[in-house]
Design a binder for this molecule. Structure first.
Ligand SMILES: Nc1nc2c(ncn2[C@@H]2O[C@H](COP(=O)(O)OP(=O)(O)OP(=O)(O)O)[C@@H](O)[C@H]2O)c(=O)[nH]1
Length: 622
């Protein structure tokens, strides 16, 4: 029986009354990992001498195998000061912090009864904190407001305690003040978790029902699935069923994390732990799904399951066409660990063979692109990210468009685009600048609240397409870096959208087609046409570059003809020099792509697709 530092043995079978399931909600850098470390140390699950900074983020296993296996939940035994004889089991559940993973965040929250709302005492509340707080409130979680970093000279605990208290509706004196760095106040916080977070309630003799809140691929063990048991019990070696698909698997291993995996015979009501079934693909063990026993299993799944839905698409093409099989292999591998990643092969007249890849959002796109480049050594061209449109035709047919070049021709009745609810937090002096930016991005103001005298929360409905472009960068630059942004999808709206095509010498360049609002189409066309004129070298004939909506040309530039004779300078008879020049010219040609009859240097595609003033910059947000 492991003993805790407060020297009380941990109970062998956990009574739900002694369990507390909680998570920590914090903006990036507000100290969530540091606080988690302190809790591991204080509860004795990690011995003092083994303690390293950010233990959870960098477990041995991860270092040795070079894979990411984060501990999604840790079991912390804690005998509270007010009840020393009863060791409680606190399960700390990790929540992905980023907006792209709202659904995953909501599932992690659904596995808890309470949450610590952790705010940097020198920074105050940020948009990410707020968005996650709203999710926690929707899940009816008990909220424990905490100010961190009170050791900092710049800390303003009074001011921000007031702000937090206003937000969650408590007294400023009830806002705990801790330093995750020095450990001050962390024991009081653990006591408060025991006191205030309700114990889990479930029916012990009902058929088993456990909710999956995370699943992670491990190259040695296959998929490790993290669950919270709601009713009944799951036992080692039994056959279990995934309720969304009906697939059954043998439960090879079940256990808890403290923080290393520790096998057990089973998990009961309210317990949090992991399952291993030997499946190799996270799509067979989906976040939000309900696990039950195959024999006498539950008939009704827990609510809230959703299939991950990609929101942003981009075409990924290998710079070197011969890398196409490697790209496919790399995507296959990444998908094992990422149920939200979808892709299908796509051919572009301009870029060759590649894939149309769907992502949850921009950060997801950036992460995948970076992993493909860094871990798999691929050089890629990514087309400007676009959202998914639903197009209703006059003849009643409907098209889902994930690639602008597939935008249907003919009589269109209505085009729908996804919209998000954006929450922006900033010092009040920037209200004007923020509102102006949101207006130009077709935003509709939903409301505005003062969090304190000088900090304001502004809520807008915005088309997602306007955010995937450089919105976050613009917001940061207009607010000198002070604004924070978060958003969540809230449905779709009908908009006046058109497709702008770019034509080179009369041929459409599919990679440059874009769907834009009709008021922005002209500017997009003019910008791209001018840019291409700079980037495409003169050819043997005159090349018109046009932007067009359907058959209507909205912008035009011309590249004048040139007779390129590389040998012109080589008067005289040095044949070897001539040969060298011809060779060099041939090399250069390899890096050209033919678009119809026009040679376009690959650099032109990259420059246009990756530059900030193309339709999208692919920048992530923080
Ligand atoms: N002075 C002081 N610094 C702290 C405290 N807690 C955390 N920090 C520092 O704040 C920075 C961010 O802390 P993390 O624990 O990495 O924050 P996080 O919220 O987990 O950040 P992400 O993992 O990046 O989301 C680190 O440099 C910490 O050392 C504290 O109580 N006092």
């Amino acid at each position: 029986m492991p003993a805790t530092p407060n020297n009380v043995p941990e109970p062998s079978r956990t009574d739900p009354a002694l369990i507390r399931n909680f998570c920590i909600i914090a903006h990036i850098d507000h100290g969530k990992s540091t606080l988690a470390d302190r809790m591991l140390q204080l509860t004795g699950v990690v011995e003092q001498r083994q303690m390293r900074a950010q233990y959870l983020d960098r477990m041995d296993i991860e270092r040795e195998r070079g894979i990411t296996i984060k501990s999604q939940a840790v079991r912390l035994p804690w005998a509270p000061t007010h009840d020393k004889s009863n060791t409680h089991i606190l399960n700390m559940i990790d929540t992905p912090g980023h907006v792209d993973f709202t659904y995953e965040v909501s599932r992690s929250l659904a596995a808890c009864e309470g949450t610590i709302l952790l705010v940097d005492a020198a920074q105050g509340i940020e948009a990410q904190t707020l968005a996650n707080l709203y999710l926690a409130m929707e899940n009816d979680l008990t909220i424990i407001p905490v100010l961190n970093k009170i050791d900092l000279p710049a800390a303003q605990p009074e001011k921000f305690a007031e702000e937090l208290a206003n937000l969650v509706g408590c007294d400023p004196d009830d806002v705990l003040r801790v330093s995750a760095k020095t450990g001050v106040g962390v024991d009081v916080l653990l006591d408060k978790v025991v006191k205030e977070v309700p114990a889990p309630v479930g029916v012990a003799d009902a058929p088993a029902r456990a909710m999956i809140f995370d699943s992670v691929y491990d190259s040695y063990r296959g998929v490790v699935t993290y669950v919270r048991v709601i009713d009944g019990q799951l036992n080692k070696r039994e056959r279990i069923k995934m309720m969304s698909t009906g697939a059954t698997h043998e439960l090879l291993e079940i256990g808890t994390n403290s923080p290393e995996m520790l096998g057990a015979d089973g998990l009961g009501v309210g317990e949090v732990g992991y399952l291993i079934t030997g499946v190799k693909d996270v799509r067979q063990s989906k976040v939000g799904d309900t696990v039950t026993s195959q024999q006498k299993g539950a008939t009704e799944a827990l609510g809230g399951y959703k299939d991950p839905k990609p929101m942003v698409f981009s075409g990924l093409y290998p710079l070197d066409g011969s890398d196409y099989p490697e790209l496919r292999e790399a995507l296959d591998k990444l998908q094992l660990n990422d149920a939200a990643l979808v892709y299908e092969p796509e051919t572009s007249a301009a870029l060759g063979f590649g894939f149309r890849v769907g992502f949850l959002g921009l950060l997801h796109l950036d992460v995948i692109r970076e992993r493909l480049e860094r871990e798999f050594g691929l050089d890629l061209i990514a087309t400007a990210p676009n959202v998914v449109y639903r197009v209703l035709m006059e003849d009643g047919t409907e098209h889902t468009v994930t690639n602008p070049s597939e935008f249907p021709e003919g009589k269109i009745n209505e085009v729908y685009e996804p919209v998000v609810r954006a929450t922006i937090l900033a010092p009040s002096e920037f209200i004007g600048a923020i509102m102006e930016l949101c207006q130009t991005r077709r935003g509709t103001l939903l409301g505005m609240d003062y969090l304190s005298e000088d900090r304001v929360e502004i809520r807008y409905t915005l088309p997602l397409a306007e955010i995937v472009f450089d919105f976050f960068d613009q917001l940061k630059s207009k607010t000198r870096g002070y604004a924070s942004l978060d958003y969540e999808p809230t449905g779709e709206q009908a908009s006046s959208l058109v497709k702008v095509d770019i034509l080179l010498h009369g041929d459409k360049v599919d990679a440059f087609s874009a769907i834009t609002h009709k008021d922005a189409a002209y500017a997009y066309g003019v910008r791209l046409v001018a840019k291409l004129r700079e980037l495409i070298p003169r050819q043997a004939f005159e090349v018109p570059i046009q932007a067009a909506i359907g058959s209507r040309v909205i912008a035009r530039e011309t590249i004048r003809a040139i007779r390129k004779d590389v040998l012109a300078k080589c008067y005289g008879g040095d044949i070897s020099r001539k040969r060298k020049l011809l060779e060099k010219q041939k090399e250069g040609k390899k890096r050209m792509k033919m678009v119809g009859s026009v040679e376009v240097p690959q650099e032109a595609f990259i420059a246009v697709l990756s530059s900030d003033d193309a339709a999208g910059s692919g920048k992530g947000k923080k």
